[in-house]
Each structure stands twice: as structure tokens, then as C-alpha cells.
Design a protein. Structure first.
Lengths: 220, 643
């Protein structure tokens, strides 16, 4: 079967948190007691009760317009998933469509996946928690009413997210980046098409991926 | 006009607003290209333009720009208000504002409209479509009082309440503060959070004997006696809270900013004792009718007792209300097909003439859902648009004087020389058989006298000047660069001891304050601050501060600061963000700080324990536009310090 992926377009995202809210609702996750601590980024981090957040990066250079960059931060569903390789219990598996799926009943909460992940994404409480591309929806939902797309994608009011055939989405991302470059955003780029066996989240970024390391205003 | 506006050069713009000349010129030059016949440009606005002591003048300036560029009556043209709620348009269409009856007929005034004859004379606009206004007014009175409304009793015109002074939002709370009101009914609104000058607003509620609120949850407004610093034992007000059904628990319609009515449907039954607004209203009026009918010495019972109230009982269908708004022929109770059929002799009814045509004999047209993907996608059979399903208002203006479209790409209508009538893809918003060569045949704006665009607003249309002029907000760091008059001389202000002001350039309040919203919370937050997932994403209010000001004041991101105005102060977390930057007004460096107004003191949020006020309107003044009386929430002066 063809590989599935998300497409996240940071140039369209308006940072409304609608995806986060839908993710929690669909996956029946507990909410976290948060406070305002100097960023729109809330909850501040992934946790055993939070499998996806939007990360906010702010920047301003003199005589330019202020920049607010947003990144959808979650399991990136690597083509070569280190977490699956190290999982001793068989809780994490890679499906034929490229989803890094999890069976929380099999998880022994050893935390190897968290340590092996290049992003340290899987969170461990009583068991592992991370994005599974809304496995229940993508497996048995209906294309007509979009119950087959992940909850976050269906909720996005800005058109910043799509879900479907990975190759088609990469082609779409490339043409969008070309269009952005034509509009003067010279640093526009596609993230995730090649690294780690190709990610299952294709991100259209306005700035280089290293940008976040110097302009991150959220909390680690 | 050319001489008047010659004073407004790009240099002036930079001095008054701080916008660099080259940026201003780039915007102006880009937008001016929309004057080409095959192009159009739209101006969108929201509260940033209207919430000002010169709000109507701001929108008038937009109108002038659009008229000069020929951007009216075209697809992609016009001036479009971005509403803060799905049915703002519908509520004003239906006469929610104090100065209007349904369909924007003026609400009667004690002095101006002593009787029906004078009222009908005053609302008739000669040489415009509103020559028909008496038909609309009489049909509305017939809809409301049925057989009781007859020519010999002025169709019950005397039943309508008359006003003698403004009773808008701030006026009402000023009256409440002065103890002039005994009771208040509030439907799904949270003015203690959303209204200007929180300290004055909160004390206004203390003066009431009773407060009836209809809402989903207890809000700050009906929980005003729980506010920090208030001892409930000192509050005499009796508060009733009736549980309302939410939007997914009731049938009805929403009218969007393009004037489309679309029916929406109940998906689940209301939970517990919750009832739809229309049911609560039905039962309330039904009870009032009984009380008046059984009263041995009633005072003026006729308007209530004689009110037509036959929608089919408590659990009536929303359809019945729309049938009444559309109107019918009295003789045989058949629906009229549109407001063109309404009469001023009492033979027709229509609860809201603008909506007449949405429920003709064929049925409720707001239910239609046929998508239209061809051409520019007018979607004539998706829902229904007032007036008479016209999708682009004043579309006569999309044609040249001879009635030929300016652009095939933007084709809406044209004059059919053979058939001698206006035809097209859209419903012509013009007198159907008025030829371009007829009198007024080239005057597209059929609702205004002589049908011509009003670059110059004749006296009486708006209360302030005929041409928009710049004035500073009521509070400002600078003197008005454009002239010796500092503020709109007709701005609405109040005079209680809690209406306090910073002076021009006040060193005690040196920074500009503004208010706005976060995307996560809906309006005053009374729904979304009860929902844990939205509270998690946006838990608390904050004050946005630019990095330069933060450095100057030693304020770190996320720290608690105190922000104060002449009217009040509160503590809130600082959000030091480069998205705000200082700017120069006429050589003076100005800093802006901003705070979202979605927060209060009751809710699931961390500050929802009633111990701390997070209400941005602690800072804002009760000042407003003289026409619309909308408060000036967007610009006022504050101070900020570390706590």
C-alpha cells in the first residue's frame, strides 16, 4: 500500500490550537493544568497526556515585518523508525501504510523508544503515548465525511493541514515552496521528505530548520 | 473634497500614524490598481476600525475610497464587515439595536414621530426605493397586532415604545449606575467582561433590584456579586439564571455578512431543564399576557394583551417565525412572494420587510443547499440572500452608463435592449425595467436619494461631519497634528466620578493600550473558559509588551506586571514579544501594549476562582462614536510596572 503522510504548511497556520484541542478530544486524553509563561505554546511540552503540540517561534529583525513561525510537533512517523527497532515488547509497529502504530496494552513502559527517537517524542506514563495518525480513523473512517483523516487535519480551519498519499503531498509541498520562493520567501523549504527514511509528516517551513534553535520562545 | 484632503499627504500620514511613507505609498499604489475595469478590491474591517470615537467616519473613509475606485457593486468589491459572531448580521436585520425596528426602519422617537402619519412621512425617502417604506412599516404593525391593527387606530402605532434619548449599551449602563433602572434582562451576553470601564460596570449591577439572565453557564455578569472585592451581603440584587439551549440544541437561522440566510438545525435535544431562547421568550410573553389579562387595574396592557403570539405553542417550529417575518396576505393568509407585494393599507403583513421573499408560497428558501461552481459561483440556490436573493448589492454599478458590463470576467447583470429589462447571472439590484436612458437609469444606489454614491454625506445622515477628518482618540499621547480640535467634538462621554481620563501626553499614563482577542476563546469566554481543552491551550490573560519597553522597565517575559489606566488597574503576566514594536508619532516614540479581553474571574481557567480580575476592560473608557455609540476599546492610555 502507498505510504500515508501529513502535510503541514506553516505559512498557512494561524496558531489557533484547534488541532491540539481536537487531538485531545478524539484520543480522550486528559488536559494538563497550564499557565501563561511567556508563549502561546501551551501545553508547553509533549507529555504522557499530550501527544501533539504546536510550537511557536517568534522573531523580528529591524526593517522587516515580525515573524511568528509555528511547527506541528508530534511523532514524525519516520521511514526508518528507531523506536520500533528498540521496542522489546512489540507495542510499536510500522504498518504497511507507514504509520508508526502503538498497542498500549503490550507496552511495558521501558522508555527505550523515547531515548532512541531522534526527537525524543514518545512519552511514557503507564504506557507509551504518541501520535498514531489517528489509527482508528485512518483505518476505518469514511472518506466522504473526512472521518478517515486524523482529527487534527479535519479540525484545521486555515487549510494548513492535509492528509493522504505521501508522494502526492511531497509534490504538492515542493510546488508550494516554489511558489513561496517566487513571492520572496527565499528560505522556504520542505522538511521531512528525505531524512530518517523520509518522515510521515511533511512540513512546509518558511525558514531553515535550524531557525527554531535560535528563535524558540516556548519552553523545552 | 480635493482641497479638504490635500492636507493629507504621505508625510502627514507618517506623522499622524507612524506608518513609514514608503510603506503607505506601496499600499496606496497597489490598492489603486483595483480601479481597472476588470479588477476589483474589497476592504475588510472588524473592530479595529469601528471601536473608536470616530468609528463611523472611519467606515465613511472606506466608502469614499471604494466609490472613487469604482469598487462597488462588483464581485470581490465592496466593504465587508468581519463579524465576531455567526449571526451579528441577522440580529441587526431583526432590529436588535435600540434605534431600529426590524429591517432598519427607525425606532419611533417621542418628538420626531408623535403619530403614524408623521412617522411614515419621516421614513419615506423620496427618489429612492424607500418611497415604499410606509408599506413596510404598516405591514410590520399588522404582523405584530393582527386584527387589532386598523387604519382608524394608526395600526397600533401607539403601542410601539418611543425613545427620547439614546438607549445604547453604554447609555443603559450609565442609567443603571445612576440607579435609574430597576431590572435588567440579559440574553447570552456577558457585559461585565465585554463592556468598557469594569469598575463602573460592576457597580452598575449593584444598583439593580433584579437581574434575569438566560445563558449556558453562570458568567461574570450574573455572578457579579462574586467578584473580587465585593461582599455578597451588601448586594441587594436578586439574580435569576435561566438555563438556555446551546446553538446545536435549537433550530433557527444565521445570516452571514454577505446577507445570506441559512437555516441550521437542532442536532441534539437540550439537556436537563435547558430551553431554546425562543421557547423561553414564548413562555415569558405568554405569562405576561395572562398577568395583564387578569390584572384588575393594568397600566397600558394593550400592546402585550393584543400581541399576535400564535406560533404553535411552547414547542413551536422556527418555521412559523420565518413565515411571519416574510409576511402574508391578510385576506387568505397566503405567503407574499416578496416585499414588492407589501401594501400600506393593512392588507398585508411582514414582520421584517428585508426578509420578505425568503418564505414565499414555494417554501423556506433559506433551506436550499444547491452548490454552484460555475462562473464566479454566485450560488443563487444556496440559502437565500436579502434583498430578494440579490448576491451582490448595487450590481447596477458593475455596468457602464449604457448598461454593459465593465468586464466579462466579472459579469453580473446587463440591460437587455430587446427585452427592455435588466437580466443576468445575479438578480438585478435595480428597478427591473428602468432603462439606462430613463430618469435615474444610471443611478445604481437605489436605497439613497437620487441613487448616487455619497462622497459627501448630507446633513442628518450622520451626526458628525460630511467628510471624514482625523481626530485623536479620547486619550492620546499626542496633540492632534491635523488641527486644533483634539477629539471628535461629538464623541459620547459620561460624567460620573468613575469616568476618569488621562490628559494629552499624560506622564502618569505614557503608553498606548489596546484590547483584542485570542483565537482560542469565544467572545467573553463564558463558553470556552468552561471547556478544559481550550483553557489548557490559552489558560490566562497576558499583556503584550515590546522588547524595548520591557528592557527599559526591567520586565521579563512571563513575569507578573501591573497595568493601570485612569480608571483601574490589574495584575497580569507580561508577554514580551517582538510582534509589537515602538513607532514614532510626529517625532515622539510611542509604545503600545495590548491585552486580550476574553478573560474574567469565573471559569475553569487558573484565574477562575473569583479571586482575581483578568478583565482587560478594567482599563478601557466609556467613550464612543456619536452615531453608532460603539465604545472606544481600541485606544487608551496606560502605565505598566513590575510587581
Amino acid at each position: 500500500m502507498a505510504r500515508l503522510a501529513y502535510l503541514f504548511d506553516s505559512s498557512k497556520c494561524m496558531g489557533c490550537h484547534g488541532c491540539q484541542v481536537s487531538c485531545k478530544k478524539w484520543n480522550e486524553e486528559k488536559t494538563v493544568k497550564t499557565h501563561f509563561a511567556g508563549s502561546f505554546q501551551n501545553p508547553p511540552t509533549l507529555s504522557k497526556d499530550t501527544r501533539m503540540i504546536m510550537r511557536f517561534y517568534e522573531n523580528f529583525e529591524k526593517d522587516t515585518i515580525p515573524q511568528l513561525n509555528i511547527l506541528k510537533y508530534q511523532c514524525f512517523h519516520c521511514g526508518e523508525p528507531a523506536c520500533v527497532k528498540v521496542c522489546p515488547s512489540g507495542a510499536l509497529t510500522k504498518t504497511s501504510t507507514g504509520i508508526i502504530a502503538m498497542d498500549q496494552r503490550k507496552c511495558i513502559a521501558c522508555g527505550y523508544c523515547h531515548n532512541a527517537c531522534p526527537y525524543n517524542i514518545p512519552e511514557i506514563g503507564e504506557h507509551v503515548n504518541k501520535c498514531d495518525m489517528c489509527f482508528s480513523r485512518t483505518e476505518s473512517g469514511n472518506d466522504n465525511d473526512k472521518t478517515s483523516t486524523p482529527a487534527c487535519v479535519k479540525a484545521c480551519p486555515a487549510g494548513a493541514m492535509e492528509f493522504g498519499d505521501r508522494d502526492a503531498l511531497i509534490a504538492k509541498a515542493n510546488s508550494r515552496v516554489e511558489w513561496m520562493k517566487g513571492r520572496g520567501i527565499s528560505t522556504a523549504n520542505v522538511y521531512g521528505d528525505k531524512i530518517l527514511g523520509g518522515l510521515g509528516v511533511i512540513s512546509i517551513l518558511k525558514a531553515e530548520p535550524t531557525y527554531g534553535t535560535s528563535h524558540y520562545t516556548g519552553r523545552a | 473634497m480635493i482641497i479638504f484632503y490635500s492636507r493629507y499627504t504621505p508625510e502627514t500620514v507618517e506623522k499622524v500614524t507612524g506608518m513609514k511613507q514608503d510603506v503607505f505609498l506601496k499600499i496606496a499604489e497597489t490598492y489603486a490598481t483595483t480601479a481597472a475595469p476588470d479588477k476589483s478590491g474589497t476592504l475588510l474591517y472588524a473592530m479595529g476600525l469601528t471601536q473608536s470615537t470616530k468609528g463611523v467616519q472611519n467606515i465613511r473613509a472606506f466608502s469614499i475610497v471604494q466609490l472613487l475606485l469604482g469598487n462597488m457593486g462588483l464581485p470581490g468589491g465592496g466593504i465587508n464587515a468581519m463579524r465576531g459572531e455567526a449571526n451579528v448580521q441577522g440580529s441587526t436585520d431583526a432590529g436588535l439595536l435600540y434605534g431600529n425596528l426590524p429591517g432598519y426602519l427607525p425606532a419611533p422617537h417621542t418628538k420626531l414621530h408623535p403619530n403614524l402619519k408623521t412617522y411614515l412621512e419621516k421614513i419615506t425617502v423620496i427618489n429612492s426605493y424607500l418611497e415604499n417604506a410606509p408599506k413596510f412599516a404598516v405591514s410590520m404593525l399588522k404582523a405584530w397586532w393582527g386584527d387589532k391593527a386598523q387604519p382608524d387606530n394608526d395600526f397600533c402605532f401607539d403601542y410601539l415604545p418611543k425613545h427620547s434619548r439614546p438607549h445604547s449599551y453604554m447609555d443603559m449602563f450609565d442609567d443603571m449606575y445612576a440607579g435609574k433602572m430597576q431590572g435588567l434582562m440579559i440574553w447570552g451576553m456577558n457585559p461585565l467582561v465585554s463592556g468598557p470601564n469594569y469598575n463602573k460596570m460592576s457597580k452598575s449591577f449593584d444598583q439593580l433590584d433584579w437581574l434575569l439572565a438566560v445563558d449556558l453557564f453562570e458568567s461574570e455578569t450574573h455572578g457579579f456579586w462574586k467578584r473580587p472585592g465585593c461582599n455578597p451581603q451588601d448586594v441587594k440584587t436578586e439574580v435569576f439564571l435561566l438555563p438556555a439551549a446551546s446553538m446545536v440544541e435549537k433550530d433557527g437561522s444565521a445570516t452571514n455578512t454577505s446577507r445570506w440566510l441559512q437555516m441550521r438545525y437542532k442536532s441534539v435535544e437540550p439537556i436537563g431543564d435547558c430551553k431554546e431562547d425562543s421557547v423561553i421568550m414564548y413562555l415569558l410573553v405568554d405569562e405576561l399576557k395572562k398577568l395583564y389579562a387578569n390584572d384588575s387595574a393594568p397600566v397600558f396592557p394593550d400592546p402585550i394583551v393584543n400581541l399576535t403570539w400564535e406560533y404553535g405553542g411552547e414547542h413551536h417550529d422556527a418555521e412559523e417565525v420565518f413565515k411571519e417575518m416574510n409576511g402574508w396576505n391578510v385576506s387568505n393568509k397566503t405567503q407574499v412572494s416578496g416585499f414588492g407585494q407589501l401594501k400600506d393599507d393593512g392588507s398585508t403583513t411582514s414582520g421584517c420587510w428585508l426578509y420578505s421573499g425568503m418564505y414565499p408560497p414555494a417554501g423556506n428558501l433559506a433551506k436550499r443547499r444547491k452548490p454552484d461552481k460555475k462562473g464566479i459561483g454566485l450560488n443563487l440556490e444556496w440559502g437565500w440572500a436579502w434583498p430578494m436573493n440579490r448576491r451582490i448589492l448595487y450590481n447596477r454599478a458593475s455596468c457602464d452608463l449604457d448598461g454593459k458590463p465593465f468586464s466579462d470576467k466579472k459579469y453580473l447583470i446587463h440591460w437587455d435592449v430587446v427585452a427592455k429589462k435588466w437580466v443576468g447571472a445575479d438578480v438585478p439590484d435595480f428597478i427591473a425595467n428602468r432603462a439606462p436612458t430613463d430618469p435615474l437609469g444610471t443611478a445604481p444606489f437605489i436605497m439613497v436619494p437620487h441613487g448616487l454614491g455619497r462622497l459627501f454625506a448630507p446633513s442628518g445622515m450622520i451626526v458628525d461631519g460630511p467628510l471624514p477628518e482625523h481626530y485623536e482618540p479620547m486619550e492620546s499621547p499626542v496633540h492632534n497634528f491635523m488641527g486644533s480640535v483634539q477629539n471628535n467634538p461629538l464623541a459620547v462621554t459620561y460624567t460620573t466620578e468613575l469616568d476618569k481620563w488621562a490628559t494629552v501626553g499624560d506622564t502618569e499614563f505614557p503608553y498606548i493600550g489596546t484590547t483584542y482577542r485570542v483565537a482560542e476563546h469565544y467572545q467573553s469566554g463564558n463558553i470556552t473558559r468552561k471547556v478544559l481543552t481550550t483553557v489548557e491551550a490559552a489558560p490566562e490573560a497576558f499583556l503584550e509588551i515590546d522588547p524595548e519597553l520591557a528592557k527599559e522597565k526591567g520586565i521579563k517575559n512571563g513575569e507578573l506586571v501591573e497595568v493601570s489606566s485612569a480608571r483601574g488597574k490589574l495584575q497580569v503576566k507580561a508577554f514580551v514579544t517582538p510582534r509589537l514594536q515602538p513607532f514614532d508619532i510626529n517625532g515622539k516614540k510611542c509604545h503600545v501594549v495590548g491585552m486580550p479581553w476574553n478573560y474574567g474571574f469565573l471559569g475553569e481557567d487558573p484565574q477562575g476562582d473569583g479571586k482575581k480580575v483578568q478583565i482587560a476592560n478594567m482599563l478601557t473608557p466609556q467613550a464612543g462614536d456619536p452615531n453608532a455609540r460603539i465604545p472606544e476599546y481600541k485606544a487608551f492610555m496606560v502605565n505598566v510596572r513590575r510587581v
